[in-house]
Design a protein around this ligand. Sequence first.
Ligand SMILES: Cc1cc2nc3c(=O)[nH]c(=O)nc-3n(C[C@H](O)[C@H](O)[C@H](O)COP(=O)(O)OP(=O)(O)OC[C@H]3O[C@@H](n4cnc5c(N)ncnc54)[C@H](O)[C@@H]3O)c2cc1C
Length: 496
Amino acid sequence: MENKIILDKYDLVVIGGGPAGTPVAMEFAKLKKNSQILLIDAKGELGGECLFDGCIPSKILEVCSKELKDLKRLKKLGLRIENESFSWKDIVLRKEKILERRTNAAKENLFSLGNVTLLKGVASFIDENKVKVISHDKEFIISFDKCVIATGSKPFIPNFKGNGMDKIWTNDILFDKMELPKSLTIIGDGPIGIELSQILSGFGVKINLIGNKDFILPMIEKKYSNFILENIENDPNINLILNVNVDRINYDENKNEFTVLFRNNKDNLEGSVISEKVLIATGRRSNISNLNLDKAKIKYNDRGIEVNEYLQTTNKNIYASGDVVFKFPKFAHTSSYGAHIISQNLFFGKNKFKTNFDKNSWVLFSDPGFASAGISEEEAEKRNLDIVVGEYNFNENAKSQIEEKDFGFLKFIVNKKNLQIIGVEVLNKDANILGGEASLIVSKKITLVDLVNSIHPHPTISEGFVFLAKKMMGEIMEERMKNPMFKLVFFFKKLF
Ligand SMILES: Cc1cc2nc3c(=O)[nH]c(=O)nc-3n(C[C@H](O)[C@H](O)[C@H](O)COP(=O)(O)OP(=O)(O)OC[C@H]3O[C@@H](n4cnc5c(N)ncnc54)[C@H](O)[C@@H]3O)c2cc1C
């Protein structure tokens, strides 16, 4: 490398152009127009893991897979579609176009602000207020007033034995392949493993899905995760293997196939599966190893950077958001929410805004889908909250019946005293759509009474929110009327 060292200074340096880094650069640039901001990204593109290897490519495939599966449902609607087929190559090319459109639009927005520079390169700290960036044949030494670390995460790959380890796939490799394997072993039954199994099974890929516990999706109430489990078990393209620990991954060059060997946790018996490819989805680890965090006096552990509730690190001039942060909900939207908190705190010049993940919402794009907002019944009980819980069955819903999608549940977790809805859960094909309203209900502290008094359009699945609120209010009133004191108060309230 030609040793060109360029010195520069910025008001704000942001490391990482994903959902955590890009919005903080843009929001701060808008809030403080006279400031100069440098956004550094290793790829030199905007979007991060979410756009290039995560949320967006997986959901582009999910839509195609769902449409293919839905063709079977169309027969129930009286429609006949013959000879359905697909071109994987066309699907991948369409995905590329969407990604390009989105990253270009983000860059256009960023550059239109006029005070943000995007630098392609890998950044690391050299002291408490300076980073070094290696970019092509140049080295930059950049000092900053404030800095935000948003370097995200990468797949965690356990140290399995065997000669196949250097040929395994992770999510980032899968999405770029122009050909689909006929068979694939997915190790890891977390959200990524489940989503990918169900998506790829829709394209006819024979999947071995391997998990190390005797249940799946511990973050979801068992009643609901069991429906997802049942669907996986009934999927002719998915061979679900639970409660085993993978030992070894062997690759046979002559046969061009992998053998994954594992031991059952119950009886320690050995088993194996054979497939054309192996994909590992055993979790993620924060991207901190090359940052030289010690030089900037930033505290961290092997799971990420430690921050306070304002997302400030142990270096008061450096904040962090997104997957790189320890104990941070690992989603694109929480990363961007963190970016918003940081830009506000930077703008006001002091820590005014705290994170509150009790109002977080998220969607699992499984089949059926699952959405959650606020806190679960289990969490409410752990916190000793006085709650009342209600459930609505989508088989009562007109729109669900019309669309032959009349399966699933809506659940409210409600504070018994003030009737505020503190948690919403949805198990439904359209859970991702209902997740938006669920998020607002929780974050705006909507009560059952507010929902009863709202006017939802008919016929829609969102009417479920009102039906459930009415049902719960009826039950609560009936219960309260049994109390003579309440009866008396109610009587006087009616009188005056
Ligand atoms: C298969 C899959 C599906 C997912 N689906 C969803 C979903 O549906 N919904 C959802 O909310 N979330 C989803 N996620 C999670 C989501 O992608 C992440 O939570 C999100 O991308 C985190 O954003 P981030 O900005 O913290 O990090 P990233 O998106 O990882 O961005 C970090 C950026 O920093 C850059 N970088 C790293 N180190 C350096 C360095 N030293 N110098 C300069 N640049 C650097 C990287 O190149 C990258 O561009 C999914 C993830 C996966 C893997």
